[in-house]
Design a protein. Structure first.
Lengths: 139, 351
């Protein structure tokens, strides 16, 4: 989609997180669509390293204006690394969401099974197109 | 969509109810008020930075954290709450989440206008009457549902509000109270009498029904009440209250949209320390007071305040004014301090 940067090699969740597979682990961040929808993100509560989390639990939460949003854990696994830079510089989530604005790295319990439920390729394109249409309708 | 008109309920349930309904996946509007006084932290408030826990303990004021945005608030029976739970894919929600506040706040604005008040939304999420805040609001994602919450102040204890906040000094606390006196208002103050709560609730419910015609009255079942209490208990637990929150370099209290009271510490090359208290209104310094800086003469401090009031809190603007101050006050022994040090102090404080 031209309105949003949605790198084709990434996987996406329905709540607009991106997932990158790296040597059996997954790196997670917020998509360009989400950071634009959120507006200026002023705070993120990042997940703790070494914490085991179930799919669907809250991975992290973000603040933009008076809105407190959440991002869910995309698949069962353990957080192995979190981007502590975001604590003091949450602007990275807006300015560089696919690179220095990454949120955490997880070691999944079962990567292959976890990827099945995610959006990828044409399916992700369709999803973002629909989301864009929904959110750009006149109020 | 269900309409719960609950009247006065145990204070914990006024927070537990909307979390519980979102967990249950029910779209609803709730109108209620708490039977007692309590403090509610926003989802990302930092407990240790924000709360004067000694004061809360001594005054038996309980604490809870909500999963929506906005800051620390003192809530009590003289406030009427309105809460809305929507599916995330609700056709009512378009674009950025903060844009929906103007729609969500319409019923409360109309209610205040029914009383002849000049009420309006101050973006993104305050309701003001002639520029003074009368309603605070927040929103968040709970279980994949979009939840919007707000209140109308019938009366408000500004002294208790300023006392329950952790402040760097008694002077800062007093200025917090004074700023709230200036920038906040209540129905009691506007009408010069307390309105009838039943009438207020009726009008608010009517305006919500006009906005959402599909609303149908619903009963607060024992099952739902139990779930609301259970949810509130979780939100009051030490683990939730102590969740890490947003920490700022300088102590800052938001008075209303765009208006902040800030305390900026000072430390110069000579090791001297002090503090400036600033009132910032839409990024412009409206008021400034230096404390504990007796190494500056009274004349120099007065001159600094005169120079800075009305100036935008922007690096280049502040640097320019500080330079002028140093030039003007050259005979006051200020030239030994770097302009950059003084500029940083005014912009964000020096730890």
């Amino acid at each position: 989609m031209s309105q949003y940067n949605t790198p084709g090699e990434l996987y996406y969740t329905q709540d607009h997180a991106w997932i990158k597979v790296e040597d059996g682990k997954i790196r997670i961040g917020v998509s360009d669509f989400m950071q634009k929808l959120a507006g200026e993100i002023t705070f993120i509560r990042i997940p703790r390293a070494n914490k085991s989390l179930a799919a669907g639990a809250t991975l992290c939460s973000i603040q933009s204006g008076k809105w407190a949003g959440k991002i869910k854990v995309p698949m069962n696994g353990t957080v192995v690394e979190a981007n502590s830079e975001l604590t003091t510089n949450p602007k990275l989530l807006n300015e560089d969401c696919y690179a220095s604005g990454w949120i955490c790295v997880m070691e999944p319990e079962n990567l292959e099974a976890g990827l099945v439920g995610l959006l990828h390729g044409e399916e992700a394109d369709r999803f973002f197109t629909e989301e864009h249409a929904k959110h750009s309708k006149p109020e | 969509m269900r309409l719960y008109r609950l009247g006065e309920i145990p204070w914990q349930e006024t927070q537990g109810i909307y979390h519980a309904l979102a967990e249950l996946g029910q779209e609803a509007v709730i109108i209620c008020r708490p039977a007692g006084k309590y403090v509610c932290l926003g989802y990302h408030d930092d407990f240790n930075q924000e709360i004067n826990s000694e004061y809360c303990q001594q005054n038996n004021i309980p604490l809870i954290r909500r999963e929506t945005g906005g800051g620390v608030v003192l809530l009590d029976k003289d406030q009427l709450f309105f809460q809305l739970i929507l599916r995330n894919d609700s056709p009512l929600l378009r674009g950025r989440r903060d844009r929906f506040f103007s729609t969500f706040l319409k019923p409360a604005v109309e209610t205040l206008r029914d009383y002849g008040l000049n009420a309006a939304v101050q973006n993104p999420a305050d309701i003001v009457v002639d520029g003074r805040k009368i309603s605070g609001n927040g929103a968040g994602d709970i279980n994949g549902y979009a939840v919007y919450i707000g209140n109308i102040l019938l009366d408000f204890d500004r002294r208790a509000m300023s006392d329950l906040l952790k402040t760097p000094s008694a002077i800062f606390r007093e200025h917090t109270r004074l700023s709230m006196e200036r920038h906040l208002t209540t129905l009691k103050e506007e009408l010069r009498e307390m309105p009838f709560m039943a009438d207020l609730e009726e009008r608010l419910a009517g305006h919500f029904t006009a906005l959402l015609p599909e609303l149908k009255p619903a009963v607060y079942s024992g099952e739902l009440q139990t779930l609301a209490q259970k949810t509130a208990k979780r939100l009051m637990s030490p683990d939730v209250l102590q969740l890490p929150g947003r920490r700022l370099k300088a102590r800052q209290v938001k008075i209303k949209e765009g208006v902040f009271l800030r305390s900026h510490n000072y430390r110069d090359e000579l090791g001297r320390t002090g503090t400036a208290i600033l009132l910032i209104d839409n990024n412009v310094i409206r008021w400034l007071e230096c404390s504990g800086m007796d190494y500056f003469t009274s004349q120099a401090k007065l001159l600094l305040s005169e120079y800075l009031v009305g100036v935008t809190l922007r690096q280049e603007d502040i640097r320019c004014v500080i330079k002028c101050w140093q030039d003007k006050a050259a005979n006051l022994d200020l030239d030994s301090i770097k302009t950059e040090t003084l500029t940083q102090w005014i912009i964000e404080g020096i730890s």
